[in-house]
Design a protein around this ligand. Sequence first.
Ligand code: ZN
Length: 271
Amino acid sequence: MPELPEVETTRRGIRAALVGCRVQAFDLREPRLRWRVEPTLAAAVAGQRVVDVRRRAKYLLIDLERGTLIAHLGMSGSLRVMPAGSPRLTHDHYDLVLDSGQCLRFNDPRRFGSLHWCTGDPHEHALLASLGPEPLDDAFDAGYLAARARGRKAAVKIFLMDQRIVVGVGNIYASEALFRAGVRPRRAAGRITREQWRRIVAAIRAVLSDAIRQGGTTLRDYVSADGTPGYFRQELFVYERTGDPCRRCATPIRHLVQGQRSTYFCPSCQQ
Ligand SMILES: [Zn+2]
């Protein structure tokens, strides 16, 4: 599943090919994505110049002159730039055709991705309005987390994966960040100390920044053909390492299930 680093890698990969170009056509082959793509979208975007490509959480915001396309990659989606008119594959659902002779093409076998056209402030759009801060922004710090966690009995890992608290901390990154911070994933969010929150914030920033940096090495793949997600290249300390020796202390890594998701931790390094 594309996580925040893959979406950021996609943004960096497609931005230069889009900004400054004019939309020649929007070619929709399959409107039945997670939500049906509005039939009026093609007419709305045609002829407009691309002003910027931004990211909010796992949404890509393609700013045109009079509105914003809000694209989500879902579980299995990818957006790539290629020559317009390239042969279509089975799961290619839409093309944003540009006057540069290239197009932005969306492929998504499972069709959990989405595309919306928004003429107002995209941050006020129903999909984005209740999202928490970006994990790499200054507003995300120990004081913020301590205030939001006050009195909360939810496990810290579940708390960190709540998009209303902070966006983009997926399952892999939550497990890895809690290992780096030395905090047990089942500890109640309300009982985490200020010092532990500081370590958690630093660890989340570090794992996401590393993944973005490594995703950047596959940038060319994203623009042409096969996009290898950045995290596969990352040195993982606990994720999917059940029974393997901890890379720090050699204690076997343990597995547990929280909120129907797998959690991995070192019982010795994490307290
Ligand atoms: Zn350990």
